[in-house]
Design a protein around this ligand. Structure first.
Ligand SMILES: Nc1ncnc2c1ncn2[C@@H]1O[C@H](COP(=O)(O)OP(=O)(O)OP(=O)(O)O)[C@@H](O)[C@H]1O
Ligand SMILES: [Mg+2]
Length: 252
């Protein structure tokens, strides 16, 4: 099986939490290996899944550009860069992690890097699952990978504004002509019922709500104490919601 999922949404809505819980589910239920890609410049997926990064792709590319005129003799440029990227892949138990780690304005976003794109495409082929925690804009998805995505989950808070942003992101995904099979809306941090105005906006934006995730005191507790969310027990209501969602989308 090979499954690629990306998570995107407005800042602070719960993208990293959702990505971490998805990774936790896959880790527990399947034997296959997982590649987690943190494409958020404020990278914090590592903490949420309990891994520690050595360096980021952004930093490695920047260094590579500096070294370009001074590379060791006889090694093709792409091979040299690929070996550097291999070095920064964090290998965990069943889950490996790569962190983009580019900050806005660093020039990393616009660096047209065919080598990186090919590298990520090739690397992803070695894994059963690919999970990408995205930043709000989706440039990373279009520029960094050519691989088809099975699912794009747009995460929103339970507000009309949040839903509008999710609608705009869906439009952006279409505009960028991203190769995505299914796009679904997830509402995180739900307290009680969804407000009728929010339901109306979901309809208006023609978004398909696949799951709501309740506010979960255990997530707050784990985040405060820096414990990985992948270790949450099934008594966590958010974990249960993600597990139900995953069962729904993976027909096994
Ligand atoms: N279901 C939930 N219950 C309680 N707290 C939650 C829930 N989901 C997320 N949070 C909390 O909300 C905050 C934001 O979540 P998270 O970091 O996952 O969002 P994000 O969209 O990745 O943010 P950013 O845009 O900064 O990357 C975190 O403190 C997280 O612990
Ligand atoms: Mg995040």
């Amino acid at each position: 099986m090979s499954l690629a999922i990306a998570v995107a949404g407005k800042g602070g809505t719960g993208k990293t939490t959702v990505a971490a819980l998805i990774i936790g589910y896959l880790k527990n239920k399947f034997n296959g290996s997982i590649l987690a890609v943190d494409a958020d410049p404020t990278a914090n997926l590592e903490e949420a899944i309990g891994l520690e990064i050595k360096a980021t792709i952004g930093a490695t590319l920047a260094k590579f550009r500096e070294e370009l005129s001074n590379l060791p003799q006889g090694i093709p440029k792409n091979e040299y860069l690929e070996s550097k990227l291999d070095e920064i892949l964090v290998e965990g138990e069943k889950v490996d992690l790569l962190v983009m780690g580019c900050k806005e304005g660093s020039g990393c976003y616009c660096y047209p890097n065919q080598i990186l794109r090919q590298y990520l495409d090739m690397l992803a082929k070695n894994y059963s699952f690919l999970i990408i925690d995205n930043e709000a804009g989706m440039e990373h998805l279009s520029r960094r990978m050519t691989r088809e995505l099975d699912f794009l989950f747009l995460v929103s808070d339970p507000t009309v504004r949040g839903i509008r942003t999710a609608g705009a992101l869906r439009d952006l995904a279409k505009e960028l002509e991203l190769n995505i099979k299914e796009i679904f809306l997830i509402i995180d941090k739900l307290h009680g019922e969804l407000h009728p105005l929010v339901l109306e906006e979901i309809k208006k934006q023609r978004l398909e709500l696949i799951k709501t995730i309740p506010e979960d005191a255990m997530i707050v507790d784990y985040s405060l104490s820096g414990k990985p969310l992948t270790g949450l027990p099934e008594t966590s209501v958010a974990t249960r919601a993600i597990n139900e969602l995953m069962k729904q989308i993976i027909a096994v």
